[in-house]
Structures are given as C-alpha cells and as structure tokens.
Design a binder for this molecule. Structure first.
Ligand SMILES: NC(=O)c1ccc[n+]([C@@H]2O[C@H](COP(=O)([O-])OP(=O)(O)OC[C@H]3O[C@@H](n4cnc5c(N)ncnc54)[C@H](O)[C@@H]3O)[C@@H](O)[C@H]2O)c1
Ligand SMILES: [Zn+2]
Length: 340
C-alpha cells in the first residue's frame, strides 16, 4: 500500500515477523523499548540499538535529547536510517528524533502494538510530551517505510490488544459501517485469521484521510478525532494513570455519539449501538470522571480545535459517517456529560 504526501510517497509493507530482520538495513539505528527489545533480542543484539524504558514517560524531551546524542556519538549520517521498533511511544519519539537529527533523516516505522499499526505509524505525526501537556512538541515527518508484522501482536497482553481495538472500532464508526457489522460477529484476537485484513482496512482508511489532509488544515484529518475531544480530557483529568488511550476514547466515543444525537446531527439510537459494541469488546464506556463535567470542559477548551465560539467535535451523522462540527455550546456538552 502506498501513501502519497507533499514530499513524496512511502510504502506500507505487510510481512511475517520472521522476515523482519532481513527487511531492515543492517546498519540502521534501532530505537526500541525494553519490552520489545526482549522479544527481539536474538536478532537485534548484533545491530546498533538504543533500548529505552517502556511507557509513556519515555516520550519526553530527556529521551529525545538522549537519542540525538546517541546518534551523534556514533556519527550517524543522513544516509543511514533509523528504525522505530515498538508501539506508538517509540514511533512518535524516534520519528521526532529522525525529524530533528541533522535537520531530518529517514526512518522506518515498525509498529508492534495494534494501536500503532492501525493509527500512529501512518500519517507522519511525530513528537514528544512536555510537562505542560501531551504531544506539545513535534513535527510532520513522514516515514520512509512502514513495516507491519501482524504476528508480532501475539505477544501483546489482552489489555493492550483491546486498547488498540478502540481505534479499530473508531474507523468503523466514522467511515465504515460494514466494518462495524463484521467486527460485531468476529471476536477478533491476535491469532484471528481475519486480523490482517482488518488492520489493512484500518490502515487504508487512515491513508485515505491523511492523503486528503496531510497537515490537518481542511477538517478531514480532524474527523479521526471522534471520541478524542472527550477522551483526551478524560486522560488528562485522570493524569494518564487510570485509562490507556483507547480506553479513554472508548468512553469519549459514547459521550460524543450521544452529543451528536442531542444536537440533532446523529441518527437517534446511535450512541446505544456504539456503547453496546464497545462494551462487548471489553472497553470501558462510562466513568465517574464524567460527573466532573465542568472540569472536563475546562480541559476541552484547551483542545487545539476549540475556538471562542464553542467546542469542536468530530460527530457521527450515523454509524459509518461523521463530520467535524465547531461551535458546540458548552452547556450542551455539560448536559450530555450529566446524562451519562
Ligand atoms: N502519531 C500519531 O498519529 C499517534 C496516533 C495515536 C497515538 N499516538 C501515540 O501513541 C502512544 C501510545 O502507543 P501504544 O498504545 O502503542 O503504547 P506503547 O508504545 O507504550 O506500547 C504499549 C506497551 O506495549 C509494549 N509492547 C509493544 N509492542 C509489544 C509487543 N509486540 N508485544 C508485547 N508488548 C509490546 C510496550 O513496551 C508498552 O509497554 C501515545 O503516546 C500516543 O500519543 C500517536
Ligand atoms: Zn487515538
């Protein structure tokens, strides 16, 4: 699959894990985390690799500086690639390192979580968190290649797999009603024979969306944020401790589906359908934090999409269709949160 962007194009390859070592340049600098390293140490150990602690805390300026200095110390040049081997944390961090080292070097995304395969590895958004907020420093730096090994997901723990499924459902809700129907009868897990087809389908949706709006300027890419305005506020209000990203956006999707119904944009009953699917998937669909509506709204107002006229949301028109809507009054959001 090819992704076109303003500076060229890149390929998304699907290969078995056993073929990964040969698919990567032997001299590439591998950036990974300790969990992923332990799973791949048999072939990585002969290659240049920087192994970082696992977890969101690693996506910070300190690791960013550490990676840059590691590359400089080893005299890496523009001609050698960086490999981001891991989940979205490593993909975002190593991608931002690649965007900055010598004003930009090529990098290859090798996403090893479901979330990274269907979402973060495609589209060129890279960055790190600052103490003041998530993803506050970053760049658009498309990878040279994305290499997806579906069988690498077999070692993911159940919670991380289900976390990625939240984004899979999201593609269905915003753009693919048929996918919703298929997921509902599938009971997808890491060894399901249809998993690769589903990941490919999600990647194709992401590809089409980022090709239509590479720099998030015309409202198309922002539709990917269904569930995210509320989801991000939940993550922040709970200090990123209680919920994984997919879990928070699962709750966010239920809230935003109801919000769409209440403003008359979404077909009535849609939020119930969304909630039932996510609940059956084992994702959270409600939270005590929703009771703290005022606080959540204050957090949402700091959202990049918010304007003075009100809050902005990617709202469903029905299952499989959505649109970006700005100027939603705070009072409407507050009463929706109160209704759940
Ligand atoms: N750039 C984008 O467009 C974009 C989009 C969505 C999310 N993100 C970012 O992605 C990050 C979250 O990514 P994530 O959910 O992949 O988290 P993550 O990278 O922290 O990975 C989750 C956990 O799984 C482990 N792991 C990774 N691959 C494994 C495997 N194959 N087997 C066993 N364990 C494995 C990791 O070590 C980690 O402990 C966030 O920082 C978020 O901001 C970026
Ligand atoms: Zn997301």
């Amino acid at each position: 699959m090819i992704v076109e962007h303003s500076r060229g194009q890149y390929e998304i390859q699907f290969i078995p894990l056993a073929e990964l070592p040969e698919a990567l340049p032997a001299d590439a600098a591998i950036i990974t985390d300790e969990n992923v390293f332990n799973l791949h140490r048999h072939w990585i150990k002969e290659r240049p690799a920087l192994v970082l602690p696992a977890g969101e805390e690693t996506k910070d300026l300190k690791s960013f500086g550490h990676c840059l200095e590691w590359l400089a110390h080893r005299a890496y040049s523009r001609s050698s690639a960086i490999v981001a081997l891991g989940g979205g944390v490593i993909g975002d961090l190593a991608g931002f390192v690649a965007a900055s080292y010598m004003r930009g070097v090529p990098y290859i995304q090798v996403p090893t979580t479901l979330l990274a395969q269907v979402d973060s590895s495609v589209g060129g958004k890279v960055g790190v968190d600052l103490p003041q907020g998530k993803n506050l420093a970053g760049a658009f730096h498309p990878p040279q290649r994305v290499v997806i090994c579906i069988d690498s997901l077999k070692t993911l723990d159940h919670r991380q797999f289900v976390n990625g499924m939240a984004e899979v459902w999201k593609y269905g809700f915003i753009a693919d009603e048929e996918l919703v129907g298929e997921l509902a009868v599938m009971e997808l897990d890491a060894s399901h024979p249809q998993l690769e087809a589903i990941v490919r389908r999600c990647v194709r949706h992401k590809r089409d969306i980022v090709q239509a709006d590479e720099y998030e300027t015309n409202g198309i890419r922002a539709t990917l944020n269904f569930g995210h305005t509320v989801g991000h506020a939940i993550e922040q209000a709970t200090n990123y401790r209680e919920y994984l990203h997919g879990e928070a956006i699962s709750i966010g999707m239920v809230v935003e589906a109801l919000l769409g119904e209440r403003v008359g944009l979404t077909v009535p009953g849609t939020h119930r359908v969304v909630r039932e699917h996510l609940e059956r998937q084992g994702l959270p669909v409600r939270s005590e934090i929703l009771g703290n509506a005022r606080h959540l709204i204050e957090v949402m107002k700091r959202d990049k999409k918010a304007s003075r006229g009100g809050l902005a949301f990617s709202l469903l028109t029905k299952v499989g269709e959505c649109k970006l809507v700005s100027g939603i009054p705070e009072a409407e959001v507050e009463s929706t949160l109160g209704a759940l």
